[in-house]
Design a protein around this ligand. Structure first.
Ligand SMILES: Cc1cc2nc3c(=O)[nH]c(=O)nc-3n(C[C@H](O)[C@H](O)[C@H](O)COP(=O)(O)OP(=O)(O)OC[C@H]3O[C@@H](n4cnc5c(N)ncnc54)[C@H](O)[C@@H]3O)c2cc1C
Length: 456
């Protein structure tokens, strides 16, 4: 098969691949983007879901961004080309069904949090002081946890009462890291705290896609890329990548493509499949290859609830639910998704391994519908549907591999081989930004970094 010439290929059109392609196009390159899916967006895009008899476009799981997601917000700003951004930005508000309420005030940091703590509801004086002391101690320590420490160990070391861990810290850590606190990486959690609660107030704002993720970034980005000379090959799986005479040859379901350089914007398990033969053949690449293989993954289940069309339902914008697995109350967070086709819709999230893996989607939906009715005194739901992403994120443990976009390039330069195809292969994806958990922000930052590397 003859290969057509593509200067730079981007494999994967999730948020990492989109960010890389936009950066390449801004640099005057005309990237060619491949993705197996029918539309860009990867894990963070809307999917067709039937709920209460209506065909709806709902996100593949509830995604939340923070004001601190500067790379995501800049990217959205770039591609929306003057159109209103499809999102809602609101002040952080931590509230739970058991009455806890903590809202940072509109003051410069750290007074925003101090005032919020003073006015907090359903927190004892001891809990307020413990929380303030912990953030102060972390700040003084430069937001450094101890090497290998888990979130639970750090919270215990910093004197957090069990009640506060259960009601506030554990739900926050699970939401941020999708890993149980007793296994989750304390340093990564400290990084998230530094960039949200420890930063100026706007950094902790919640940013929600409205009406959905696809309209927030992937759709406008697709249009922007085409207008900037990029080519998008959707429904095109890259089956293998082999080093070629002048870069890489990609074997795809649409034929073979030659690329001088590649941004590989896939989750680690998918990246290793493509690189298998050539990476194993080259000894110097083995550490990177092994690291890609050592990632482990955790699922997230999202239960979408719909009430009867026209039925009045009073819901908070979002709220921490009281998790009661013994009573089939598996839900952790509820988000009000507004009205669709006349029905009120809510998304309830269950994160972290082991919490829902053994429960059938139907059972999960029924239990959570009952939990929401009991804890929020809502009318009975008309329909409930579960969406499970089995490999939603990598497991964020202290010993997870740390990879950067230049992992292959650096190995080649160190070995004195700047001209080989591996010196033109950059990695991108939420796992390739080692300081953060798997987030949209780490995906976007890694994509930008990968594009800059191959342009260099
Ligand atoms: C349910 C759920 C909830 C989440 N909640 C949040 C949240 O609240 N906040 C947050 O910041 N993050 C959240 N995340 C994480 C976030 O979605 C991911 O970190 C981010 O989308 C990863 O983007 P990516 O580009 O690295 O990878 P992906 O989105 O996985 O993109 C990879 C792309 O590669 C394509 N592909 C794979 N193999 C091939 C191949 N061989 N050839 C061609 N194409 C291929 C796939 O189709 C996909 O489009 C959540 C994730 C899930 C699943």
């Amino acid at each position: 098969m003859t290969a057509s010439i593509a200067p730079v290929a981007v494999v994967g059109a999730g948020w990492a691949g989109i960010a890389a392609a936009v950066e390449l196009a801004r640099g005057g390159y005309a990237p060619i983007v491949f993705d197996s899916a029918p539309a860009p967006g990867g894990r963070a895009r809307a999917l067709p879901i039937t709920l209460a008899g209506a065909g709806l476009e709902l996100d593949n799981g509830q995604h939340l961004m923070l004001g601190a997601y500067s790379a995501c917000l800049d990217l959205i700003e770039t591609v929306r080309a003057g159109a209103p951004a499809a999102m809602r930005r609101v002040r952080l508000r931590l509230e739970s069904t058991d009455g806890l309420r903590l809202v940072p005030w509109n003051l410069p940091a750290p007074y925003h949090l101090a005032a919020g703590l003073l006015a907090a509801r359903a927190m004892t004086i001891r809990e307020r002081l413990a929380l303030a002391r912990m953030l102060l101690r972390l700040r003084r320590a430069g937001w450094q946890a101890r090497p290998g420490e888990t979130v639970t160990q750090m919270l215990e070391r910093l004197g957090q009462p069990a009640s506060l861990r259960r009601r506030l810290w554990d739900p926050l850590a699970i939401a941020a890291l999708n890993t149980d606190s007793n296994q989750a990486c304390a340093q990564t959690f400290a990084n998230v705290l530094r960039d949200s609660l420890g930063a100026p107030r706007a950094a902790s704002d919640f940013v929600l896609a409205e009406p959905d993720l696809t309209r927030l970034l992937p759709e406008p980005a697709g249009r922007w890329l085409v207008a900037h000379d990029a080519t998008l090959h959707m429904r095109t799986t890259v089956r293998a990548m082999e080093p070629g005479d002048d870069g890489w040859v990609l074997e795809t379901t649409r034929g073979a493509f030659a690329a001088r350089a590649v941004v590989l914007a896939l989750p680690p398990y998918a990246a290793t499949r493509l690189l298998d033969r050539s990476a194993r053949a080259a000894q110097s690449h083995l550490p990177t290859f092994d690291a890609l293989e050592r990632f482990r993954y955790d699922s997230i289940a999202t239960v979408y609830l719909a009430w009867k069309p026209g039925q009045p339902v009073s819901l908070p914008r979002w709220i921490m639910l009281e998790e009661r697995p013994e009573d089939r109350g598996w839900g952790q967070w509820l988000f009000d998704r507004g009205e669709r086709s006349g029905s009120r819709i809510a998304a309830v999230v269950v994160s972290a391994r082991g919490r829902h893996d053994a429960i059938s989607p139907l059972h999960l939906a029924q239990g959570i519908a009952r939990q929401v009715r009991a804890q929020l005194a809502t009318p009975e739901v008309a329909d409930a549907r579960t969406v499970v992403d089995k490999r939603a994120t990598f497991r964020c443990t202290p010993d997870r591999p740390r990879l950067r976009p230049d992992a292959f390039i650096a190995a080649e330069l160190l070995a004195g081989r700047p001209g080989t195809p591996y010196a033109r292969l950059a990695l991108a994806g939420d796992y390739a930004h080692p300081r953060y958990p798997a987030t949209l922000e780490s995906a976007v930052r890694s994509g930008i970094e990968a594009a800059r590397l191959v342009m260099r």
